[in-house]
Design a protein. Structure first.
Ligand code: CO
Length: 635
């Protein structure tokens, strides 16, 4: 069950892009941009919230596609940001003046070619005893906001680091070429500057992680078959999914990755809106190590690297068990032709233990219901790292995002006895992995019962000892309204069980309290880099765990629309600086969460999955446990 095929016209404004649409729109755009154009990404320009709400089946379906790319004008600029209406053939080309179009496949190929052809780089490799460059893996990294003085403003740039493979199928990261950074000016087509901090011997071990390279394999686990003999419990029509009262649509956006749309829950006869849209808005991976190989690194994998376009095709290995349904993702190649990623989105049901239970000792009765969740997920490979994004829909109205982090950690080669474990613990002989963070900012466009919505913060606090608290045992939940955008820049506080609650004041439950959902953060850090650092400027969204803004058209990406080579200050900090009211209006929550990763030997050669995320839980949205009506399980 895949995305609509070419011949079917889209039946809904949020239907995924088709290959035909992408190629038709790129064809309409090409006469309006330079002949040397390279396309970086294409996205469906989602219609306004008002028009989506008003849409009825059979209505005309607007289809506008947005392309980002670059085309080498003279003088150079940041590229094009163009919208093409495939219905009316209208084309609107805007030039990017701050920042650059995101990194595309063509950039990577070009950066590798330029680096390997550079005489200085070749000489530096020979100084390290590497004379055959065929198996040298060159990884171009985003140059961040640090333009090297030798690279003029407006030029596309990368910082390329290298690794030695002995065989094509080696772990490409086991033997880092330490100390060498090539500053690649893609616009000028040259290595503008070569940093060489000195030769460090290559680490001794191959670090291969495939089964054939292990000295022995342990006994396999016994087969575990998940069967649904009567079929799956969900339906997928186009990209509209229904399961156990949940209704939503799902797409992959090039920058935002896996996106949910129009999430609603059927409560009796009424389909009640919860979220208009929920997706990653950007993310950052800042490194804490002072080593010059790493201290500049702070990739924004969403906005800079188009994480959505790095989505895996699960035809090459899907690790979900059971009856799976898939949806495709359509991206654009540098030349404007379509690239179809088959089986990009995975949808399936999972048993999830106990939903609720009670044993009544007096009546000698036991009531138990099993939990089940619907899993909607994607996996993305961005360079050395893998990210999985898993939305879980539960029977009791809970919605959860879990990010799974795996892949290969960033590494340095270190000489014997030269380790600095507080900055970069050893993970293998002569291989150290720098301390770093992964911080994800999710944009949660709430639409509880159609709005307007408000948000408050709840802290659980002990009370002073007094007449009504003689033993000092009392604690209470203190709720405070977050009234303006600046007031709503907040941080998590695990010790006080801090949560944030979104309510619709216009609608009450049977107990007379406004219907609501709360955001339960995990035990999350925020950005550790100093406020005056480049990363804090460029990834300002990571400076707080919560932001709330008024809904405004086009504000989807927390670091701004063009963070590649952008000096910073765009996105959330700018959008909320006006400190507008967020009471009883259309509001968007932005939640930054993640992990501070202290690498360990067990993270090598491939790290076991680490998890982080958040939960959205109904609070008086329903009149009682909505899963009380679940029938007893069969077994
Ligand atoms: Co990590």
């Amino acid at each position: 069950m895949n995305a609509p095929r070419e011949s079917e016209p889209p039946a809904h404004p949020l239907a995924p892009l088709t290959a035909t649409e992408v190629e038709r729109a790129a064809g309409l755009l090409k006469p309006r941009i330079g002949t040397q154009a390279a396309f970086c990404s294409v996205a469906l320009e989602e219609p306004s919230k008002a028009s989506l709400r008003a849409f009825a089946p059979g209505d005309n379906v607007p289809r506008r596609l947005r392309f980002l790319g670059y085309d080498h004008p003279d003088p150079p600029d940041g590229g094009f940001d163009a919208t093409v209406d495939v219905g009316t053939s209208a084309v609107d080309v805007r030039r990017i003046n701050a920042g650059q179009a995101p990194i595309g496949f063509a950039d990577v190929v070009q950066a590798v070619r330029i680096t390997k052809a550079d005489a200085g780089w070749q000489a530096a490799m020979r100084r390290r005893g590497i004379n055959d460059f065929e198996n040298v893996q060159v990884d171009p990294w985003p140059a961040g906001g640090y333009g090297h003085p030798s690279i003029p403003p407006g030029h596309r740039a990368h910082r390329a680091i290298s690794f030695l493979r002995e065989h094509k199928t080696d772990n490409g990261y086991a033997r880092p070429v330490q100390g060498l950074i090539a500053h690649v000016d893609l616009t000028a087509g040259r290595v503008a500057h070569l940093e060489d901090h000195g030769v460090v011997p290559l680490p001794p071990e191959h670090g291969r992680y495939d089964a054939a390279s292990q000295p022995a394999l342990r006994e396999a686990t016994k087969p575990l078959a998940i069967e649904q003999p009567e079929g799956v419990g969900f339906t997928v029509r186009g990209n509209a999914v229904e399961w156990q009262n949940w209704h939503f649509r799902v797409t992959v956006h090039p920058a935002n990755g896996l996106a949910l749309h129009q999430v609603a829950y059927r409560d009796g006869d009424e389909c009640r809106s919860i979220l208009h849209r929920a997706a990653l808005s950007d993310m950052v991976v800042p490194y804490g190590d002072t080593n010059p190989m790493h201290r500049w690194k702070h990739v924004l994998d969403a906005g800079e690297a188009s994480i959505g376009n790095c989505v895996n095709s699960l035809t090459l290995g899907c690790d979900c068990l059971g009856e799976i349904r898939y949806l495709d993702h359509v991206a654009v190649k540098p030349d404007g032709s379509a690239r179809v990623v088959e089986n990009a989105i995975c949808i399936h049901e999972e048993d999830y233990g106990i939903l609720w239970k009670h044993h009544d000792g007096h009546g000698q009765t036991t009531e138990t219901r099993r939990s089940r969740r619907l899993v909607v997920s994607t996996f993305h490979t961005v360079g050395n790292y893998e990210y999985g994004f898993y939305w879980y829909f539960y029977l009791d109205g809970t919605l959860q995002m879990e990010v799974k982090l795996t892949g290969i950690v960033g590494v340095s080669a270190v000489a014997d006895g030269e380790t600095r474990p507080e900055f970069a613990p050893l993970v293998a002989p002569n291989v150290a992995s720098p301390i770093h963070q992964h911080l994800f900012c999710f944009r949660l466009d709430f639409d509880l019962d159609g709005g307007p919505n408000s948000v408050s913060e709840v802290n659980v606090e002990p009370l002073p000892t007094g007449d009504d608290n003689p033993d000092g045992t009392a604690f209470h939940a203190f709720t405070r309204a977050l009234r303006t955008e600046l007031e709503a820049r907040r941080d998590a506080d695990t010790a006080r069980s801090r949560s944030w609650k979104v309510v619709n004041q216009k609608r009450v439950n049977r107990l007379g309290t406004p219907v609501g959902y709360r955001l339960l953060p995990g035990a999350t850090p925020k950005l550790l880099a100093r406020a005056n650092s480049q990363v804090a400027e460029r990834a300002g969204f990571a400076r707080h765990n919560l932001w709330v803004t008024r809904y405004r058209e086009g504000q989807l990406c927390a670091a701004g629309d063009h963070p590649n080579l952008h000096p910073g200050g765009a996105g959330l900090p700018a959008w909320s600086a006006g400190d507008e009211s967020i009471e009883d209006t259309d509001i968007v929550l932005w939640h930054t969460f993640g992990l501070t990763h202290l690498p360990r030997p067990e993270d090598w050669p491939v790290m076991p999955v680490e998890y982080c995320g958040f939960t959205l839980q109904p609070v008086g949205f329903f009149d009682r446990n909505p899963a009380i009506t679940m029938p007893p399980s069969h077994q």
